[in-house]
Design a protein around this ligand. Structure first.
Ligand code: PLP
Length: 356
């Protein structure tokens, strides 16, 4: 609020109010860098993870004109999938979308085989937003390093929930988004391992060290910084409590409906995410009924919601439209209580009865 109400100076201006806005941005840069084990000079603030991921892929493709191939997966967020689709349509760029197993895992041997001499970048997510399935990022980094290919990871769902270190993981680019760990919407960052591998996508003023033109959204960036500082103080133990609550919720839901299955349960997962297949129950109808009771769950990715298409993630895992249409996604937060889980299960049970 202070950056909206009182200290609304332009951070590129020389006057005092501008200088304090600049300091707020630089403080946020340090806070974000610290959360992800990077240096402040590696952080480029963006309008969110969509821009961060688009910028990473844009850099790899337009900085290496002799490389015209991208490897990604079938279960990425639309921020990656649709930018790749755009490149494939309007540029001579070929895209390989790796499939996943029924557990939501990649076949790493297939990843190795898919990387070619002209592969500009591999872009694979750290944790899946719909199922929570986590991929072995250090191993993938190793593969990309061996093949001398740049590696970008969409770590939106992992940052703030798992220990994420850009330095340890060795990834070339990492995207994060403020609203996934308590910050404002409409702000995020791209973290660069090597600043030479970045090619700006937005051209204008010299903001962000010449990496992104346009006056910075100071209030959102300051909010992102504060969220990062708080997230860095949260211990894995805090999330372990939520993981137990999540497992408890899943056990209760599995007991409610014959044939229910937790999608991705065989794999390592984020502690707060659950995706459950309820055979014969229309997920969109369930979402609407629960919403009427003040409960917010979803049937796929929020970014896909308006399209009323079945979840591309569950479709890629199962090959079944029915399963994709009959799976719900539930996210817990650090504040979720046992009572809320009980209330949810009761409401879910009643709604399933009505829809059966
Ligand atoms: N990637 C993943 C995995 C996400 O869950 C999201 C947001 O839902 C995004 C990217 C897009 O982030 P933003 O809305 O900040 O552009």
């Amino acid at each position: 609020m202070p950056w909206l109400m009182e200290n609304w100076g332009n951070p590129s201006s020389a006057y005092g109010m501008g200088r304090s806005a600049r300091r707020a941005i630089e403080e946020a840069r340090e806070q974000v860098a610290k959360l992800v084990g990077a240096g402040p000079e590696q952080v480029v603030f963006t309008s969110g993870a969509t821009e961060a991921s688009n910028s990473a892929i844009h850099s790899a493709i337009f900085n290496q004109p002799h490389k015209r191939h991208i490897v990604t997966s079938a279960v990425e967020h639309s921020a990656v999938l649709n930018y790749c689709k755009y490149l494939g349509r309007y540029h001579p760029v070929e895209v390989t979308r790796l499939p996943v197993s029924t557990s939501g895992l990649l076949d790493l041997a297939q990843l190795v085989d898919s990387i070619r001499e002209d592969t500009a970048m591999v872009s694979l997510m750290w944790g899946n937003n719909e199922t929570g399935v986590v991929w072995p990022i250090p191993e993938i980094t190793e593969i990309c390093r061996d093949k001398q290919t740049l590696f970008h990871t969409d770590a939106v769902q992992a940052v703030g929930k798992l220990p994420v270190s850009v330095q340890e993981a060795g990834v070339d680019y990492l995207s994060l988004s403020g609203h996934k760990f308590g910050g404002p919407k409409g702000v995020g960052a791209l973290i660069l391992k090597n600043t030479d591998t970045f090619l700006p996508m937005l051209h204008g003023g010299k903001q962000e060290n010449g990496r992104r033109g346009g006056t910075e959204n100071v209030a959102a960036i300051a909010g992102l910084g504060v969220a990062a500082e708080i997230a860095a103080r949260i211990q894995p133990d805090n999330w372990a409590v939520i993981e137990k609550l999540r497992d408890h919720l899943e056990n209760r839901v599995l007991g409610l409906h014959a044939g229910a299955i937790v999608n991705g349960s065989q794999s390592e997962r984020l502690p707060n995410t659950s995706n459950i297949y309820l055979p014969g129950i229309d997920a969109d109808a369930l979402v609407t009924m629960l919403d009427q009771r003040g409960i917010c769950i979803s049937s796929g990715s929020a970014c896909m919601e308006s399209a009323i298409t079945p979840s591309h993630v569950i479709l890629a895992m199962s090959g079944s439209y029915d399963r994709a249409n009959e799976s719900i996604r539930i996210s817990l937060g650090l504040e979720t209580t046992e009572q809320e889980i009980s209330d949810f299960v009761e409401a879910l049970s009643e709604s399933i009865d009505l829809l059966s």
